[in-house]
Write a protein that binds this ligand. Structure first.
Ligand code: SF4
Ligand code: SF4
Length: 167
C-alpha cells in the first residue's frame, strides 16, 4: 500500500494499487468481460448522442475558451473502484491538471475519463440546454441512464472480485 508520510493514500493512488494487485487489463472472467463490454458500448452510445446533438462540440469550444465548468472538487467524487474501471478502459488518471483551478481530469481535449461520474454526465448548463433543445436532451439523458446502470453493475461485480484486498 502506498503511504506518503502520514497522509492517507488518495483515491488515484488506491486505484493504481488495485491495478498493481489485480492487473492493468480487464480480468479474465467471463462475467466481468461481458459487463465491461456492455458498459463500453453504452458509453459509446452516450458519446454518440452528445456528438450528434452538438453538445460535445459546444463543451469542447467552451473548455478551450474558459476551461469549462469542470471544477477541482469533482476529483473527490471518484472512488478507487471507479478510477480503476477508468484505468482498465485506458483512461489516464494520473496526469497533472491541465487547467489551473479546474478539475484534475480535464485535459486539453476534454475529460480524460472514459467512465464519468453521474454528476459530470448529467450537468448541462442553461446555454447548453437551450442549444441542444428538449428532444435532444431527453435522448442524451436516456442514454446516460442506461450507461450509469451498466457502470453500477460493473462496479458491484468488480467490488466482489477485489473484496479480498480492499478494506
Ligand atoms: S456544460 Fe456549459 S459551461 Fe459546462 S463545458 Fe459545457 S458549455 Fe461549458
Ligand atoms: S471528471 Fe471530467 S467531466 Fe467531470 S468535472 Fe472532471 S473533467 Fe469535467
Amino acid at each position: 500500500m502506498i503511504e506518503i508520510g502520514n497522509s492517507r493514500p488518495t483515491q488515484i493512488e488506491k486505484a493504481l494499487e488495485l491495478a498493481a494487485r489485480f492487473g492493468w487489463t480487464v480480468p479474465a472472467d467471463a462475467a466481468l468481460e461481458d459487463l465491461f463490454g456492455r458498459f463500453r458500448d453504452l458509453i459509446d452510445e452516450t458519446d454518440a448522442a452528445m456528438k450528434d446533438s452538438g453538445a460535445a462540440a459546444a463543451c469542447a469550444a467552451c473548455a478551450s475558451a474558459t476551461g469549462s465548468c469542470c471544477f477541482p472538487e469533482m476529483e473527490q467524487g471518484y472512488g478507487a473502484l471507479s478510477l480503476y474501471v477508468n484505468l482498465l478502459m485506458g483512461s489516464d488518471i494520473s496526469a497533472a491538471a491541465y487547467f489551473p483551478g479546474g478539475c484534475r481530469f480535464a485535459g486539453e481535449h476534454g475529460c480524460r475519463l472514459k467512465a464519468r461520474h453521474s454528476f459530470c454526465l448529467n450537468y448541462f448548463c442553461p446555454g447548453l440546454k437551450e442549444s441542444i433543445g428538449r428532444a435532444g436532451l431527453e435522448e442524451i439523458l436516456r442514454s446516460i441512464g442506461r450507461q450509469l446502470l451498466a457502470g453500477w453493475e460493473l462496479e458491484r461485480a468488480l467490488a466482489r472480485w477485489t473484496a479480498d484486498w480492499r478494506k
